[in-house]
Design a protein around this ligand. Structure first.
Ligand code: ADP
Length: 171
């Protein structure tokens, strides 16, 4: 039988515990899961380069044998076509995610009619969590240990924590 392949696409800037929860659950449902780091043209100001995002995603998913991490700078529908039969797996947080995800799912279906999108509801523990929350809290030197995995915590803090002169109060 043909292998069931799932693609978990996103910016992963950086990958969070919420992302990882979706990836782990997808790994239980499919034979193979590809975590696909992508360029989102509406998010041009990323904190981490594509290779840093790929590297971090590899470190936090290293314990899941059927997960690999890849990068694509192109269209998701084209990447999926090259991989053969596959399903997109996306996490849904609140109502706010729905409109965008609904539009993307229909667009991808239009571009590649064989491509299905499967939505997994967020685990309630991570319902509030996003990469932008991580970046924001880290940029004020806040505790992000509940938001990201320990393997990448220091790298994120080192990059995003304010330098001492920035942290000084206004004179
Ligand atoms: P995008 O650039 O498409 O917004 P993200 O890197 O923000 O990509 O997220 C990739 C996917 O992970 C999206 O489907 C998003 O809904 C999902 N996701 C992000 N954070 C969470 C979370 N805390 N719980 C569940 N799903 C999440």
């Amino acid at each position: 039988m043909e292998k069931r392949i799932a693609i978990c696409p996103g910016s992963f800037d950086p990958i969070t515990r919420g992302h990882l929860d979706i990836i782990e659950r997808a790994a239980g449902l499919f034979d193979e899961v590809i975590v696909l780091v992508m360029v989102n043209s509406t998010k041009t100001n990323t904190a981490f380069t594509p290779s840093e995002r790929v590297e971090m995603a590899r470190r936090v998913t290293a314990h899941i044998p059927n997960v690999t991490v890849d990068f694509s700078g192109g269209l998701l529908a084209d990447y999926a076509r090259e991989k053969g039969a596959c399903t997109l797996v996306k996490g849904l947080r609140a109502v706010t995610d729905f409109e965008y995800e609904f539009q993307m799912a229909l667009t991808n279906k239009k571009l590649n009619p064989k491509l299905e999108t499967l939505f997994l509801t967020t685990d309630i523990r991570y319902a509030y969590l996003s990469s932008s929350i991580v970046r924001q809290v880290a940029s004020f030197n806040g505790d992000i240990s509940e938001f990201v995995c320990s393997e990448i915590l220091e790298e994120i803090q080192a990059r995003l924590a304010p330098k001492t002169e920035q942290a000084q109060p206004l004179a």
